[in-house]
Design a binder for this molecule. Structure first.
Ligand code: 3HC
Length: 311
């Protein structure tokens, strides 16, 4: 016989309403939210690295300013999401330790290198495009702080995607070498951006429960399909080809048929054996060390402030 709390929780979920930090929630609900939100936050923080690689080499002041703003936004998204996770009872330091120890997941997509400027376009258009597809439904996640964090983040992501599209458009309207650079970048980022949505539905252990609790609103494959459907006309507008010879509209399915995704690559990246996993973690640990003095100074300042108030 469910308890009054369990019935209350079920009613709130059923009514498509919000669970707030002070509400009773099943421990497994709290646990899966800490898992997903902390991983989402780690993704934003690690996600700053591929793009910051080009801040000092952007081709114009305008591009440099936009890239700095975007990377700064990603940092803010990370802090926003760590705060949302903290409302569930996990500390910021604990989450950070998990990441630094290599025990925490972050999005597979950030374990690829960015060898050319065109990657700044492909990341904005494809990676932020995929992130938007995944994050818009999360605005309606049943856990209040997570859904509300997503609203703010999605607004900034649409700017991220548009500036990426614009970079590629400018390159595609440029010299043959620039067109070649843009197409090469799309070829390298297309499949990894499809993997961002997670494993196929029949190999997604968290989906059923996450959808029952209205954290996940659409399945991994549904969002992947929606994303590809969005990309095709945009690729035509850009003049780039999506690197999938089997990509074809299926009238009956009302969706695109596509080649099989290379899930061994996905599993390799998740196992820490992607092209840039080691580099991303090394850089994160270095940045944490380099930032120690700032944390100590801030803590010392806070202590003197508190002492001053106490007298
Ligand atoms: N990268 C790394 N791990 C992934 C992954 C990916 N792309 N896709 C799935 N996984 C992991 C899951 O975390 C899970 O492992 P866990 O149980 O140890 O956490 C396992 O693979 C099985 O996947 P499931 O489908 O069962 O897991 P979920 O139900 O959690 O679905 C998800 C995966 C769709 C990524 C979901 O967690 C989610 O929507 N997360 C929030 C969105 C997010 O993290 N986005 C990051 C995008 S990058 C970003 O936002 C930055 C942008 O601004 C550029």
């Amino acid at each position: 016989e469910p308890s009054a709390e369990e019935r209350r929780f079920a009613e709130i979920i059923e009514a498509d309403s919000r669970i707030e930090p002070r509400d009773w929630m099943p421990e497994a609900y709290r646990k899966t939210l800490i898992r997903q939100i902390s991983q989402h936050a780690h993704s934003e923080i690690i996600g700053m690295q591929p793009e910051s690689n080009w801040i000092t080499r952007a081709p114009s002041l305008k591009r440099k300013a936009i890239l700095i703003a975007k990377v700064q936004d990603e940092a803010g998204h990370g802090l926003y999401l760590y705060s949302a996770a903290q409302t569930l009872g996990i500390g910021r330091e604990e989450m950070n330790e998990q990441l630094l120890a290599g025990k925490a997941r972050y999005s597979s997509i950030f374990n690829y290198h960015t060898p050319s400027w065109a990657d700044m376009g492909a990341i904005g258009w494809l990676v932020d495009g995929a992130a938007i597809c995944n994050q818009v439904p999360l605005c309606r996640a049943s856990y209040g702080p997570y859904g509300r964090a997503m609203v703010r983040i999605c607004k900034e992501e649409s700017f991220h995607q548009r500036q990426g599209f614009e970079i590629l458009l400018e390159l595609m309207q440029g010299t043959p070498a620039q067109r070649e650079m843009a197409q090469d970048s799309v070829n390298r980022w297309y499949w990894p951006s499809l993997m961002m949505f997670g494993p196929p539905d029949d190999e997604s252990p968290n989906s059923a429960q996450s959808m029952a609790w209205k954290i996940k609103r659409f399945s991994n494959d549904e969002l992947r399909q929606r994303f590809v459907g969005m990309l095709v006309p945009q690729a035509e507008a850009l003049g780039v080809t999506l690197p999938d010879p089997e990509l074809k509209w299926n009238e009956e399915k009302q969706a695109y048929d596509m080649s099989e995704i290379d899930w061994t690559e996905f599993q390799e990246v998740l196992a820490g054996r992607g092209p840039a996993n080691a580099e991303r973690m090394r850089r994160r640990r270095e940045a944490h060390e380099d930032g120690a003095w700032v944390r100590e100074a801030a803590a010392a300042y806070a202590r003197t402030q508190a002492e001053r108030k106490a007298v």
